[in-house]
Design a binder for this molecule. Sequence first.
Ligand code: DGJ
Length: 721
Amino acid sequence: MSITINKNYYYINSKELSLIIEEREGDLLLRHLGRKITNYHGSNAINERDHAFSGQLNPDVRTYSYDTQRQVLGLHGLGDFRQPSLKIQHGVSDVTRFEFLKAEVVKGISLESKLPYPHSLEKAETLIFTLVDKVADLELKLYYTVVEDNNTIVTYSEVINNSNQAVVIHRALSAMADVPTRDYDVVTLQGAYAREKTVRRQRVEQGIFKVASNRGASGHAQTPALILCDHEASEGAGEALAFQLMYSGNFQTFVQKSQINEVRVAIGIEDENFTWELASNESFETPVALITYSHQGLTGVSQESQAFVTDYIIPKQFAHEERPILLNNWEATYFDFEKEKLLELAEDAKQVGVELFVLDDGWFGNRFDDNRALGDWFVNEEKLGGPLQDLIEKVHAKGLKFGLWFEPEMISVDSDLYRTHPDWAIQVPNYGHTYSRNQLVLNLANPDVVTYLKDVLDKILTDNAIDYVKWDYNRNMTNIGNGANYLESQMQSHQYMLGLYDLVEFLTSKHENILFESCSGGGGRNDLGMMRYFPQVWASDNTDAIARLPIQYGSSYLYPTISMGAHVSAVPNHQMERTTPLETRGDVAMMGNLGYELDLTSLTQEEKDIIAGQIAHYKDIRPVVQFGQQYRLINPEAGSNEAAVQFNYENKVLATYVRVLSTVETVETTLKLKNLDQDANYMLQGTDQVYSGAELMYAGITVVLPQGDFLSKQFYFVKVD
Ligand code: DGJ
């Protein structure tokens, strides 16, 4: 049993994780969140001192204050001076006191949500707490779902308005936990456009450390997640808890260390652009949050999260399927192509072994540059030399799959769609527009817009034999104010997300064999909300192999490799102007879902032969990379001159080493491989050298590279008898 109840104690257990909550006189107190405890006696210390300046609700018990207790719910206005997790305005105030009413355990996940939530949870168990605020006549339900094969708790909450008047939610976070007081570090994935998922690790100090997005998307510069780990935690040892949000819009996550060193962690919707009017008899659900635990350090928590995302979030039909090696025409042609060029590219792609040809931006309407035509989703037959289906048939005839780019959520002012429906753009009356890439965002909070997009996109996907869709999103939201009044406009950002999820749920379930890849100028919306519908993400517009090392490294903290597109592009690289050997570009892209994004027709035969060799090799190692357990061996972040990653899958092991700059004195590195069978023998492919597992783990392999910048080497071992 995953969930057990013993009197007023609630035990939420998975493989190696326990969350223990005590119900005490109506309050829910967090007694433990960490490594599994099956024989808990409730002796865990409760804060029983009279702390000055903390509010007490009972004058006879001066030792009990919301400010000093560890909780799973942060109420506003009743003496807890830390950040609240909930703030609801009713009548004249925004004070609420939710008290325990009942708890029940149900099978599966008790959710019929319009927001994304994990699938395949039939065998899971869910604990539902119901709390009530008798003054405001509000109900609050807290949900905790666990599976037995992963150390992840799925949690969210629901506010139900039983009163006969509307209330206004100002904050409703998805998960909160006052974790045991310790010396913690907080790890977040930050960065910028073309520098996504940079790992930031810092000590948790008194005060608030918050990462948030108010962009209407999770954004390039932050990921809706944080990892709280022991200050001493390393890759392989120490405790770590990851908090993640399955949501692609505005979010916040924070860790707050109070005046008495209590540590609160929370995650949910960012409230700068959010309030929610909840009518009488209606309910509001928060997005789903995940809490993942490991006592085996950062690698442990990464592997747990990667496994959960693969098994329960990525659409089932793609989660365990090898991903096609693609050629994308964007950096090969940008907008400058016509049918013949595309077919030449496709022919060369076929020759080198590519499996999927992707036609990127520029195939529709009057889209000859990025200033126009977004919204005009009709094929430019002049440019494509005929109907889209003719082109697709020619590509299919070569034995390649066919993929197409869309940016459905956008509208250009210079478009037929805007000329017909200027009011469909997100805008504030009388303030003009704020442009970004000369485009505006469609108001997906408006059901008419969602219906229009469903129809137009469904028609293209139905009329044409499309195998893959790249779904782009190239600006963030501004000028939010389409509501009839202020409150309605404050609801718009979240309503947009509900409209977006409705749209993608409709399209991906109707066209369930199409592989969707999400993109937002690269990784501007690389989050679990999108991953629930789109099994792949274009991790960055930065295709420079060296710049990509930290991006891929950061992604691996939470997301499985199989979710990450990685392309070999031309040199000098279009973003960095750097020249990197083709071998190294291949080795780096082979640490993700390999693809190519360059003009194959302009390469020499020798270069094409190298690419053909890479593709043939990748077809061999593909299951190792896409399904294997990943180990980060060397951190490529700022200041590092090297990177190394290992994948273990069945009887195969792949380690890739990259050196950035050449140094005279030190050109040798020892890689100690992880988690091998120490008594088994492993043969280095391409040689007849055999190593024992113990040798590879404890003595390591010495990487010897000649002088020269940007070099790399792959070590591919297969276990032998
Ligand atoms: C931004 C994407 O990240 C690129 O890969 C490409 O698809 C362009 N948009 C097309 O406009």
